[in-house]
Design a protein around this ligand. Structure first.
Ligand code: SAM
Length: 348
């Protein structure tokens, strides 16, 4: 279906004036009022006609209008600021004329139950094509990183919105965060967020929106990133474990990766175990963390897991905790296997 015409509505600018919807800083409100830009965001989202769509933070509703013009089967909007309810009610009424449904949820996107909210939507097996269900939003800066980490975790666990299958999403981020999400090995912006995002999805930086396009204008530009969950993730590890290894791997971004691996182990045996980890993972200990591929970090995680299974004493080692506390707790010697054959004792 081509773009749909909504019944006549006051412009978003007029609505902002009418309801005195001044932007609040606490909720990171920076509005997009140019519908060419919001149409472009919605175009990147995919073929949403006759699909289910969930929009995060509709605010005064410019993206919402772009979505509705594309005639989705159902639109759910989740907005934390109740001041926008009357403007969203207006859009809901206009959309209902078309016999399609718009649901307004006043709440926090970090705590709403997406599985329940989207239970009626298209549902596919993970190995199947992506369902006709899309998540989209011009995210508030203050929640964009925690939200994408939470959603990547949900993708890894196939829960929440991803109980419906490989649901695609298109979201905005501060330009630097957007660049980190898509950064490849050796790129300046490569960091743990790049590895986590790319282990479970294909993230694509669609385009940059200059800060001056927003009202009020933020100090930064904004990147629009789309994510397609991978049928077969690039790691078989659980999210929290893989995230922990990544956190350690990027603890010294510019140093040799063996130095980062050492932070996984107690000081008493760190050198030996870090060398063994790199060897088992077939990763060059002198590589820099930002040069490592997802697969190399995955292999390091597997090697670390193997060592933890062999030597459970090292599993709960916390690099940040004081060495004194740890040495008191760890009274038994840790047996370090010489992976060439013999065992070697390291007393900690
Ligand atoms: N979509 C609108 C636009 O593009 O003009 C507004 C975008 S503004 C950057 C972010 C919106 O998210 C605001 O409407 C804000 O009230 C809302 N918001 C902030 N925190 C939220 C949260 N935790 N859950 C849901 N909405 C939130």
């Amino acid at each position: 279906m081509a773009s749909m015409r909504l019944p006549p509505l006051p412009s978003v600018r007029d609505i902002i004036k009418l309801y005195r919807l001044s932007a609040t800083k606490q909720l990171s409100q920076n509005f997009l009022l140019d519908d060419k830009l919001t149409d472009k965001i919605v175009k990147c989202t995919g073929k949403i006609c006759d699909s289910g769509v969930l929009e995060v933070g509709p605010g005064p509703g410019t993206i919402t209008r772009s979505i509705l013009r594309k005639s989705p089967k159902r639109l759910v909007v989740v907005e934390k600021d109740p001041r926008f309810k009357p403007t969203l009610d207006l859009l809901q009424d206009a959309f209902s004329v078309t016999n399609r449904k718009m649901d307004i949820i006043l709440g926090d996107i970090l705590s709403v139950n997406l599985k329940e909210l989207l239970a009626e939507e298209d549902n596919r097996a993970w190995s199947d094509e992506c369902p006709s269900l899309y998540l989209v939003g011009n995210l508030p800066f203050n929640i964009s990183t925690p939200l994408i980490i939470k959603w990547l975790h949900d993708i890894a666990e196939r829960r929440g919105a991803w109980s419906n299958g490989r649901v695609r999403m298109t979201l905005t981020f501060q330009k630097e965060v957007a660049e980190r999400l898509v950064a490849q090995p050796s790129d300046d912006q490569r960091c743990r967020l790049s590895v986590i995002a790319q282990a479970w999805t294909i993230p694509k930086l669609q385009f940059i929106i200059p800060g001056k396009a927003f009202v009020p204008q933020p100090d930064v530009d904004v990147g629009v990133v789309s994510f397609v969950p991978l049928k077969i993730p690039r790691t078989s590890h659980e999210f929290e474990f893989f995230e922990k290894v990544n956190r350690h791997m990027f603890s010294f971004r510019q140093k040799y990766c063996v130095k980062c691996v050492r932070t996984l182990y107690p000081p008493e045996c760190t050198e030996q175990l870090a060398d063994v980890t790199c060897k088992l993972a077939d990763v060059d200990p002198l590589a820099r963390p930002f040069n490592l591929s997802v697969e190399e970090i995955d292999r390091l995680a597997s090697a670390y897991k193997y060592i933890c299974e062999k030597h459970p004493e090292v599993k709960h080692y916390n690099y940040r905790a004081s060495r004194k506390v740890l040495s008191r707790k760890m009274t038994r010697g840790v047996v370090i296997e010489n992976y060439e054959g013999e065992d070697e004792n390291c007393n900690v």
